[in-house]
Design a binder for this molecule. Structure first.
Ligand SMILES: [Zn+2]
Length: 461
């Protein structure tokens, strides 16, 4: 198989802690040459690992060990193996999938050349990464993102799998399986990231994903689990959940304290930050690690809390752009209520950070809580705008906003909002206005704050 290299800048190096576990089939809604230029344009911010033309030509844009940007959004996924991150969030599927684009439109027929090239490529990918060749591991893009029809109505994914030599017969998901259990207490260490499931079968969604090199205890095993790479042995835990034996090695030593396994904390995507705050992609990306840290620190850890926080902070900062008030701050001079008792305090302690921390009192309180000196160095909370901020300024711009949010107990207010109902009416509006009032002192910019929430909500439900 000849593969033409066409490197795209639109990718993430590596795959975080993940590895390819499935192939996602796409349709280009265009031509191979059009896709070549679109994926190689840094402004498009999209890519896939491969593109296949109607003549069977294969172009590679991103190496398989890197993360292509082809299926990062999740909406009402029907794919049983989607990785949940808890709280209604998902691990970005780009980290654990390989994307293949195909020339044509959603309703154009696929010819044999394209089927053959695609199935050959799928076969190689699945062999290289030990991905089972079946309908659970070769999927259409819309199974992850239901708002798209991609890869369209014409492609026969079963045919692709059959041509690749795989097994198209996937038994229907049943409510429970009753495997023959054999008691055998013991310990194993995970070799790779490992999913723990309610049944010994990958058709059941993982409950928890465990990192490599973690010790797990088991109470027993079955040989009646799903056969993966020839191995049908699965272990069960004391809670009755299951993991595949092929991903672990036995520990034959004396007992070692078990590492506490906790559910994965939701990955907060750049896209969620961008959409809910109204930020440009570059600003959202710059702030991403600091907003993640902030949300962890202040338990802004549910979809509704994150969405409200980002909509409000997005408004206050002009879309994660300004980290320092534009005005000189002279208007705050002598404001005793802000603690501005020394000459020059007004300009020195003008609004900074993503929620505009203002006045000597607040700067002092923040210094105390963070163990940092923002009195001598107020500029550490943010400098003019995101483009000129040092990483430390981005960090404290985000953290100070979380601090302010936390001081006013705004998580509790956000918790009153029902994310499945409109934000601009009824109780939802009342609570959203209350958050606005606690941040702004009034309702300035309420319409923009609401709009940001509305723009972002689809990315959090
Ligand atoms: Zn697609």
């Amino acid at each position: 198989m000849t593969i033409v290299d066409m490197p795209s800048p639109n990718h993430t190096s590596g795959r975080k802690k993940y590895r390819p576990e499935a192939v996602v089939i796409h349709i280009m809604e265009g031509t191979l040459s059009g896709t070549d230029s679109w994926f190689r344009d840094p402004h498009s911010k999209v890519s896939a690992h491969y593109g296949i033309g109607k003549n069977g030509e294969i172009h590679q844009y991103v190496p398989e060990m890197n993360t292509a940007w082809h299926a990062g959004r999740v909406n009402a996924p029907s794919w049983p193996l989607i990785k949940s991150a808890g709280n209604g969030l998902y691990i970005n599927p780009n980290y654990y999938t390989i994307g293949i684009e195909h020339e044509g439109k959603e309703d154009s027929e696929w010819n044999e050349e394209m089927y053959l090239a695609s199935s050959g490529l799928i076969k190689d990918i699945c062999t290289n990464w030990s991905i089972p060749l079946d309908r659970l591991h070769v999927i259409g893009h819309h199974e992850i993102y239901s708002l798209k029809t991609c890869p369209g109505t014409k492609v026969d994914i079963n045919k692709l799998i059959r041509l690749a030599g795989g097994n198209v017969a996937v038994p229907a998901v049943t409510g429970s399986i009753t495997p023959a259990k054999m008691a055998e207490k013991g310990k194993v260490t995970t070799k790779t990231r490992l999913n723990i499931r309610p049944q010994p079968n990958t058709r059941f969604k993982p409950i928890i994903t465990v990192d490599p090199n973690v010790q797990l205890a088991h109470d027993g095993f079955t040989n009646d689990g799903e056969v993966i790479s020839g191995i049908g042995k699965w272990y069960y835990t004391d809670e009755g959940n299951w993991f595949w034996s092929g991903s672990v090695t036995k520990v034959s030593m004396l007992p070692i304290p078990l590492i506490e396994v906790s559910p994965a904390i939701g990955d907060f995507t750049v896209e969620q930050i961008k959409e809910a705050s109204g930020a440009k992609a570059a600003s959202a990306a710059k702030f991403h690690p600091f907003i993640v840290d902030t949300c962890t620190k202040y338990e802004i850890n549910t979809p509704i809390r994150r969405l409200c926080f980002l909509a409000q902070v997005g408004h206050e900062s002009g879309g994660l752009f300004f980290t320092e008030e534009l005005a000189s701050g002279r208007d705050y001079e002598g404001r005793a209520d802000l603690g501005n008792t020394h000459p020059g305090d007004g300009t020195l302690y003008k609004g900074r950070g993503l929620i505009q921390i203002t006045g000597r009192f607040n700067y002092e309180a923040l210094s105390k809580d963070f163990g940092e000196d923002f009195i001598t160095h107020p500029e550490r909370l943010g400098g003019k705008n995101v483009n000129v901020c040092m990483p430390e300024q981005l960090k404290y711009a985000a953290l100070s906003a979380g601090w302010f949010w936390n001081k006013r107990n705004l998580n509790a207010s956000a918790d009153q909002i029902d994310i499945h109902k409109p934000i601009d009416e009824g109780d939802n509006l009342t609570h959203f206005k209350m958050i606005t009032k606690k941040i702004n002192g009034g309702f300035n910019g309420l319409a923009d704050r609401i709009q940001k929430y509305i723009n972002g909500v689809a990315f959090f439900r």
